[in-house]
Design a protein around this ligand. Structure first.
Ligand code: MN
Ligand code: MN
Length: 452
């Protein structure tokens, strides 16, 4: 059902399902404030649904449910299908990293009565959006003996929060003449974490004592830490009609959750092997061991081929060329307050269902995957057969900007790939907004895709 309002089609029972999915999703992102926490949540859900870690599985037969984990930051789940692996698999891929501020390796300093943490922002952020909002610190500190200490300050309602200050309006005459990109400079995105001093202890000492008491860590342990500054607030329904969800990290956890939910909810043996892979580092180019360009994903496939007795020198290539993928990532929802950057007939709208981007990229489609019309015709058929509401879009007007996803990376491996995701308002802001209906349609689409 192309370009139709999804709300029109829901019965009372379906509306309850829309709400139930939204609520479970909100729990997921409230707990999953960074990629490691998303992986933890995902493993919990997979195990609840009978998925086993690959190391616990001896034989792969149709219906076997397994998952792989890479460095605590990628998870890749499979349901083995009826067909041989080399006949192709169905892949849903989404990223679980979101824009945020990372602590620097030497973050802590004291200045004029305050203890502060220096940060380096991660991904594309409008820096002025990150000041004067409640922030939390999540991540890990790894001590020299290998002990991993989980850090979580500000998410529990009984915890204090942290934050970044901005200049009071009364003294902002000069600041407000600056371009928006310079109003708050990257080097000024420093998090305030203390202000108390005593005769014999300065502010920094007191903060370090508190960290030592709560976590058993020393200042030098920051050297081997990965601590992320994220919005502390929980996801909430948005709008008087509760039609939307406001929260941090919809990009791309709304697609990650629905992609995961789709494979979790497979109760029959699928024709073709189903896969959901959640990757890290998309916001900085999908690089490194845990990004989509890592060998990890292909290695899991090779492992399945070996364990299923299908491995030959050409089996991976055969499998990939016969496989289909949805690169599940969010799209720029049309915003009437900024209408001039959108081309209305090739934009996506909240409430019209899952969004397909035949191509993303910028300025002349540079760097995009550009899916084939043959594949997209197949997709249209799956959507219509399953009465899924869908729409198509580009990322804004030509020459207006652009962006990328992981689609091209798997496209390069000779798979059919198209971008498919959820329309988001305020993308990359600390509070992003999506429609509940689109979350539900994405889930339906992903499940229909896996089972086709
Ligand atoms: Mn994204
Ligand atoms: Mn993004």
């Amino acid at each position: 059902m192309y370009s139709e309002n999804a709300w029109d089609k829901y019965t009372k029972e379906e509306l309850e399902k829309v709400d139930a999915l939204a609520t479970s999703y909100m729990d997921f992102i409230n707990n999953g404030k960074n990629e490691r926490l998303v992986v933890k949540e995902s493993i919990k859900l997979l195990q609840e649904k009978g998925f086993k870690h690959i190391s616990e599985v001896n034989e792969l037969v149709p219906g076997t449910k397994v998952y792989y984990v890479n460095r605590g930051k990628n998870v890749c789940a499979y349901v083995i299908g009826k067909h041989k692996l080399v006949e192709g698999i169905r892949v849903l891929g989404a990223h679980i990293d979101s824009p945020r501020l990372d602590l620097k390796q030497n973050p802590l300093y004291e200045k004029d009565g305050f203890a502060l943490l220096d940060t380096h922002y991660y991904g594309g952020v409008k820096k002025y959006q990150w000041v004067t909002i409640p922030l939390a610190l999540v991540g890990v500190v790894v001590k020299k003996d290998g002990t991993v200490v989980d850090i979580n300050i500000g998410l529990d309602e009984n915890d204090p929060i942290v934050g970044i200050s901005d200049l009071l309006i009364h003294l902002s005459g000069e600041q407000l003449t600056k371009p928006a990109g310079k109003v708050i400079e990257g080097e000024n995105l420093d998090v305030t974490i203390g202000s108390m001093s005593l005769k014999d202890k300065n502010v920094k000492d007191i903060v370090l004592e508190a960290l030592k008491e709560k976590y058993g860590i020393e200042e030098e342990d920051f050297l081997s830490s990965e601590i992320e500054v994220v919005p502390a607030s929980k996801a909430r329904f948005y709008g008087i009609d509760k039609s939307m969800i406001a929260g941090y990290g919809h990009d791309d956890r709304c697609c990650a959750y629905t992609s995961l939910r789709a494979i979790l909810d497979i109760n029959e043996v699928p024709s073709f092997t189903s896969c959901t892979i959640l990757v890290d580092k998309e916001e900085i180019g999908s690089v490194g061991a845990t990004g989509a360009q890592s060998r990890f994903f292909l290695d899991t496939i090779v492992d399945l081929l070996v364990k299923k007795g299908e491995y030959t020198p050409t089996s991976l290539a055969t499998l990939l060329s016969a496989s289909k993928m949805l690169s599940s990532d969010v799209s720029a929802g049309y915003d009437p307050l900024f209408a001039s950057v959108y081309e209305p007939k090739n934009s996506c709208y909240l409430g019209k269902g899952i969004v397909f981007n035949k191509y993303t990229g910028s300025r002349g489609k540079s760097g995009c995957n550009d899916c084939s019309p043959e594949y997209f015709a197949w997709i249209r058929n799956v959507m219509d057969e399953n009465k899924v509401n869908y729409q198509t879009a580009e990322l804004g007007k030509v020459d207006q900007g652009g962006g990328g996803t992981i689609a091209y990376i798997l496209g390069n491996e000779n798979m059919d790939v198209v971008d498919a995701g959820i329309a988001v308002l305020n993308m990359h802001a600390p509070m992003e907004v999506i429609s509940k209906a689109d979350l539900y349609e994405a889930y339906l689409a992903y499940k229909a895709f896996l089972l086709k």
